[in-house]
Design a protein around this ligand. Structure first.
Ligand code: SF4
Length: 410
C-alpha cells in the first residue's frame, strides 16, 4: 500500500506526515489493519526498540472537582460512585508510589483533581515528592494538578518534578462542547508554563467522545507543534453518572488506527496507551504495544485496570521488555530538541511551540473557546462506523490502593 510505505519511510526518518495522510490512516479498513499496525511498528522499533515504559498513577486527591469536564468521573455534579478523598499525606502517597516502582514503573504520576493548585497545594506536593525521592532518587515524577498560575511550574521544577501533565484532550474546535469552565487556551497556557520552567511536557488526548476524524488529527498535530514529549492516548471510559456515559464509540480496531495515526505524527515521541486500554482494546492490547512505547501499570485514577502482573505478562508474552530506570526514553536527538524548546521557553521565546495554539495540557480543561455553547455537552455522531455496544460492565470503579486500606494494584 503506497500510503503505508510513505508513512513508514517518513517515520523512519523522523518526519511528520501530511494531515491528509494522517486522516487516511483513520479511514483504513479492517482488512488493512494488520498492515497499519506493522507499519507503525517499524517506526516504533526504529526509535524505541522493544522497550515499554511503565508509568504508575497515584491519585492524591479524588473527586469533588468544581470543573465540569464532561468525560470525567470527578467533575462537578458527577454521580459516578468513585472514591472521594482529600489530599493524601506524603507518606501515604509515597507508599502507593513505592508499590508501583516495585512493580516496574519508571515514572510516578502524581495527580490531584481540581481546577488548579493553590500555593499551599504546591507545598503539599513538594513534601510528597521529597518523600518519594528519598526512597528512590531515580524515579521520574510527573505532576498533574490542573491549570498552573505564574511561578508554580518553577516551584515544582525546583522541588524535583521531572514533568508536568496537562492534556489538550480534543481539538480546539470541539473543546467547548466537552468543558465550559475553562478553555482550550487555558490548557495550552499551562503546557507552555510547564515547558518554560524546564519541565518535560506530557500532554495527550481522549478519543471516543464523539469527535470526528478531523478533530483527532487536529489535536494530534497541535500536540506535536506544542512540543509534547509524551502523548498519552486515552480512550473514553464512559462512567455511569457522567454526561458521556452512553458514548461507546470505539472498537479495538478503531483504537489501533488512532494509535497508529498518533505514532506516525509523533514518530520519535513517547506515545502512551492511557486510560481505557482494557475497556476498549480488550484482547487486542498486545497489538497496541507494537505501536505505543509506554503504558500505565495497574489501576487508573478512579477506575481499575487489569492486574499489574497481567500487564507485565502481556509485555513479556508479546516479545517486549520493560524499560529500565537507567535507559533513556526519548531518542537522543529528540531529547535534545525537547531541551532546546524548554530553554527557548525559559528565555522568553515561544519557540516552535508558540504556534501551537491548539492543545492544552494536564488534567484540566483545555478550553480556549471564546464562545462556548450554552447547551449541555452533546456528542457528535460517531465516525467510521465505530459504534460499539454499551459495555458498562467493563467499567470497574477503583476500590483499592491510594485512599483505601487495600494494597495498590501494581
Ligand atoms: S478532568 Fe480534572 S479539571 Fe476536569 S473535572 Fe476532572 S478532575 Fe476536574
Amino acid at each position: 500500500m503506497d500510503l503505508l510505505d510513505t508513512l513508514t519511510a517518513k517515520g523512519l526518518r523522523g518526519e511528520v506526515p501530511t494531515r491528509e495522510e494522517a486522516l487516511a490512516v483513520l479511514a483504513t479498513t479492517d482488512d488493512e489493519l494488520l498492515d497499519v499496525v506493522a507499519a507503525a511498528g517499524k517506526v516504533r522499533r526504529r526509535w524505541f526498540g522493544r522497550r515499554v515504559k511503565l508509568n504508575y498513577l497515584v491519585n492524591l486527591k479524588s473527586g469533588l472537582c468544581p470543573e465540569d469536564c464532561s468525560y470525567c468521573s470527578q467533575r462537578l455534579g458527577s454521580k459516578a460512585e468513585i472514591l472521594k478523598y482529600t489530599w493524601l499525606k506524603p507518606d501515604q502517597a509515597a507508599d502507593a508510589a513505592r508499590a508501583g516502582v516495585a512493580g516496574g514503573a519508571k515514572r510516578v504520576c502524581l495527580v490531584a483533581s481540581g481546577r488548579g493548585p493553590t500555593d499551599r497545594d504546591i507545598d503539599r506536593v513538594t513534601d510528597t515528592m521529597a518523600a518519594i525521592k528519598e526512597a528512590d532518587p531515580a524515579v521520574e515524577i510527573c505532576v498533574c494538578l490542573g491549570l498552573l498560575s505564574d511561578n508554580q511550574a518553577e516551584r515544582l521544577k525546583a522541588a524535583g518534578a521531572d514533568a508536568y501533565n496537562h492534556n489538550l484532550n480534543t481539538s480546539e474546535n470541539t473543546y467547548g462542547t466537552i468543558t465550559k469552565t475553562h478553555t482550550y487556551a487555558d490548557r495550552v497556557d499551562t503546557v507552555r508554563k510547564a515547558h518554560g520552567a524546564g519541565l518535560s511536557a506530557c500532554s495527550g488526548l481522549i478519543a471516543g467522545m464523539g469527535e470526528s476524524d478531523e478533530d483527532l488529527v487536529d489535536v494530534v498535530f497541535a500536540l506535536r507543534e506544542l512540543g509534547s514529549d509524551s502523548v498519552p492516548v486515552n480512550f473514553l471510559i464512559p462512567f455511569e453518572g457522567t454526561p458521556l456515559a452512553k458514548e461507546w464509540n470505539l472498537t479495538p480496531q478503531r483504537c489501533l488506527r488512532i494509535l497508529a495515526m498518533v505514532r506516525f505524527v509523533n514518530p520519535d515521541t513517547e506515545v502512551r496507551i492511557a486510560g481505557g486500554r482494557e475497556v476498549h482494546l480488550r484482547s487486542m492490547q498486545p497489538l497496541g504495544l507494537h505501536i505505543a512505547n509506554s503504558i500505565f501499570l495497574g489501576d487508573y485514577l478512579t477506575s481499575e485496570g487489569q492486574a499489574g502482573q497481567a500487564d507485565l505478562d502481556m509485555i513479556k508474552d508479546a516479545g517486549f521488555e520493560v524499560e529500565g530506570a537507567g535507559e533513556a526514553t526519548l531518542p537522543r536527538h529528540r531529547a535534545d530538541v525537547a531541551e532546546a524548546a524548554r530553554a527557548a521557553h525559559a528565555g522568553g521565546s515561544c519557540g516552535t511551540a508558540a504556534s501551537a495554539c491548539g492543545s492544552g495540557g494536564g488534567c484540566g480543561p483545555c478550553g480556549g473557546h471564546a464562545h462556548a455553547p450554552e447547551a449541555a455537552p452533546e456528542a457528535v455522531p460517531a465516525q467510521n462506523g465505530a459504534e460499539d455496544e454499551l459495555r458498562g460492565d467493563l467499567v470497574k470503579v477503583r476500590r483499592r490502593g491510594a485512599g483505601t486500606e487495600l494494597a495498590p494494584n501494581a
